[in-house]
Ligand binder design. Structure first.
Ligand SMILES: C[S@@+](CC[C@H](N)C(=O)[O-])C[C@H]1O[C@@H](n2cnc3c(N)ncnc32)[C@H](O)[C@@H]1O
Length: 261
């Protein structure tokens, strides 16, 4: 017999910021939960009913937050853990899985659903055209949970292999130099004209999108609300006069368009 009552935990992605970018599935999951665990600003985005309870916590407390949510669900409660963007991309879905793996056996009996959301790189890419139109990867530049040497190796391998790279967690007060170092490394692998997109606060009122050639990209153009997309050698810019330029990566690789439509 399981020691867990019929609790449920939903790990929900709230999208990049705008209420219009929350999926109907995420809204339904929010309506179905009572207890809401998450980083304070994400929990504060929710407009909850009087019977629903917010339990906000600090940015770096992912594992203790996941444990607290699982403890509550194990009591038979309907619990939500919320993330910005998609909960499976550098966010709470992995923290909840880590807590389940390391936690009491009973936690494996808790009903779990992961509700996807629009992740930052997709929201930023959509603002500029189709920079992720061909092979790409996502790398978190945070060296809080992995060594910097690993990040450099991955940047080097990704750029050398022709991937477009979406950088999450590019810079913060505690990590001021990493993005500049990443640009230096990438400049030794990619042409100076490679487009770099600084997509800040995509989907929010304070959104700002800038496109800069890699040769001139400056870490000061990013903050912790920015997703940086670095093109591959094949990423192009289409100038359109008064209209913003389009940045896109064609679906075919050089030497030419062999693909059918
Ligand atoms: C801990 S990660 C969480 C990512 C999130 N789960 C997602 O799928 O977008 C935080 C990083 O996501 C990026 N980010 C989150 N929201 C963003 C937005 N609205 N616009 C641009 N970048 C964003 C930034 O790089 C930020 O440092």
């Amino acid at each position: 017999m399981s020691g867990v009552k019929s609790g449920h935990i939903a790990v929900i992605g709230l999208g990049p910021g705008g209420a219009h970018q929350v999926t109907p599935e995420a809204s339904t999951a929010v309506a179905g939960a009572k207890w809401f665990y998450g980083y304070g600003p994400y929990v504060d985005r929710l407009e909850l009913r009087p019977d629903q309870v917010k339990v906000g916590s600090d940015n770096r407390e992912e594992i203790s937050r996941a444990k607290a949510a699982l403890e509550k669900a194990a009591l038979g409660e309907r619990v939500a853990v919320v993330s910005g963007g998609d909960p499976g991309v550098f966010a709470m879905a992995a923290a909840v899985c880590e807590a389940i793996e390391a936690g009491p056996k009973e936690w494996r009996d808790i009903e779990l659903s992961v509700v996807p959301g629009v992740t930052a790189m997709l929201a930023v890419a959509a603002r500029t055209g189709a920079p992720l139109g061909h092979d790409f990867c996502a790398i978190s530049l945070s060296d809080n949970l992995k060594p910097w040497e690993t990040i450099e190796k991955r940047l080097d391998a990704a750029a050398s292999a022709g991937f477009v790279i979406a950088l999450y967690n590019p810079i913060s007060k505690a990590r001021p130099w990493q993005l500049g170092r990443a640009f230096d490394l990438l400049r030794s692998r990619l042409p100076a004209a490679t487009p770099v997109i600084f997509g800040r606060a995509a989907g929010r009122p304070d959104e700002r999108i800038e496109v800069t050639p890699l040769g001139q990209a400056d870490a000061g153009q990013a903050d912790m609300a920015t997703c940086v997309i670095i093109g591959s050698a094949e990423t192009r810019i289409i100038e359109r006069g008064e209209k913003p330029a389009l940045v896109y990566t064609p679906r075919f690789s050089n030497p030419g368009p062999e693909a059918s439509t």
